[in-house]
Design a protein around this ligand. Structure first.
Ligand SMILES: Cc1ncc(C[n+]2csc(CCOP(=O)(O)OP(=O)(O)O)c2C)c(N)n1
Ligand SMILES: [Mg+2]
Length: 377
């Protein structure tokens, strides 16, 4: 067959190359079944009991914080809350596999990550009470402020990774984002920039099946992790409700980045058990059956079952319940005792160094504020 004939037949009949037409569905890496028993991969990997207890503890505390914060929102103490219920394993498994010195760029639902990094309940809630743009110093926790504009922070993370590369640190820069955010140009630009520049970025996509009321199946034409190949990145597709599998995948991805320099992508398949936010009513767009099927794959229940199968003493669970109760009380007190912040503080957090035009803006703001206070008296 001549070249000519070949290309003519391609344009006429448009045969699809087998590699494009036959994409087998990948199944995620999983170590622990929903009933607490180990999968074959889990058996092969082996279970570190101390690690498992530690991760379970962190997940339970994160769930407590999330539950308390939603209650506070319902009582009018917070303006808004974006629940992380159901995503504790994806968040705790990944953050626990990073080094404390690895910089993290979260989106807006990574409360478990923040709590794990040591952010206090007061620092976490102040933004959602409407008193500050962000409650914590990113340098203190190596955790940037929440990004509410979808995907923007993946570019910030990549830019930050350029700095890490120039300073020759062995840092991994992690960016958390959702399935919906992968439709943003910014995220795809970040993938490409990180890959072309061989930058140390770990892209962590929590595919929680929904972008507000749009399911992933409508948002994306194919599995998200498969995009990594086209960008020249290695990828890990993992059961995001299995904290041990997420931990192992993140450990492997971070090690790959530290060794080889370039970026990597993790897709953690999970489920947003609550609404998109405290303002959302998910019963309007998804079924009880769907919710129930994911409830059976709950990330905490399966680890609790595994720990019980491994004959964890009852005292471990009892002590953890006490810690959770203490955290709940701390969250409620912290929220109710938050002091209003000074709007003028805003000027202190824009640039690394003060400069004349910023000072002029600060003075102008203060004069207007004084004048307004006079009018309102
Ligand atoms: C650039 C931009 N477009 C739209 C929105 C409105 N918005 C906020 S959250 C969201 C859905 C995001 O879904 P996903 O990325 O899957 O994250 P999830 O909320 O599920 O954690 C949308 C469309 C936004 N914040 N920013
Ligand atoms: Mg989502």
């Amino acid at each position: 067959m001549s070249r000519q004939t070949d290309s003519q037949s391609t344009t006429k009949t448009r045969p699809v190359p087998p590699t494009l037409s036959v994409i087998t569905e990948g199944s995620p890496l999983s170590f622990v079944n929903p009933d607490g028993t180990l999968t074959a991969d889990g058996e092969a990997h082996g279970i570190d009991i101390e690690l498992t207890r530690g991760l379970y503890r962190e997940m339970l505390l994160a769930r407590t914080l999330d539950r308390e914060a939603l209650s506070l929102q319902r009582q009018g103490e917070l303006n808004l809350w974006l629940m992380c219920l159901g995503q504790e394993a994806a968040q705790i498994g990944s953050v626990a596999a990073l080094l404390p010195s690895d910089m993290i760029f979260p989106s807006y639902r990574e409360h478990a990550v923040a709590l794990y990094r040591g952010v206090t309940p007061a620092e976490l809630l102040v933004q959602w009470r409407g008193l500050a743009h962000s409650g914590w110093d990113p340098r203190k926790y190596n955790l940037q402020m929440a990004a509410l504009v979808l995907g923007t922070h993946t570019l910030h993370a990549t830019g930050y990774a350029v700095g890490a590369r120039m300073e020759q640190t062995d840092e991994v820069v992690a960016a958390y984002f959702g399935d919906g955010a992968t439709s943003q140009g910014d995220v795809n630009e970040a993938f490409n920039w990180a890959s072309a520049g061989s930058l140390p970025v770990l892209f962590i996509c929590q595919n929680n099946q929904w972008a507000i009321s749009t399911p992933t199946s409508v948002q994306s034409g194919g599995q998200i992790f498969r995009r990594a190949a086209a960008f020249g990145m290695p990828t890990w597709f993992v059961d995001g409700n299995d904290v041990l599998a997420v931990h192992a995948a993140t450990t492997a991805a971070a090690a790959h980045i530290r060794l080889n320099g370039g970026p990597a992508l993790i897709e953690a398949e999970t489920y947003r058990m609550a609404g998109h936010s405290s303002s959302d009513d998910p019963t309007r767009y998804r079924s009880d059956e769907e919710l129930e099927s994911w409830a059976r794959r709950d990330p905490l229940t399966r680890i609790e079952k595994l720990l019980r199968l491994m004959e964890t003493p009852e005292s471990f669970f009892a002590e953890l319940d006490e810690s959770a109760e203490r955290l709940g009380a701390e969250v409620r007190d912290a929220c109710r005792n938050l002091e209003p912040t000074e709007l003028a503080d805003l000027f202190g957090n824009v640039y690394a160094e003060p400069h004349d035009s910023l000072e002029a803006e600060r003075r102008s703001y203060q004069e207007s504020a004084r004048a307004l206070a006079g009018v309102n008296r």
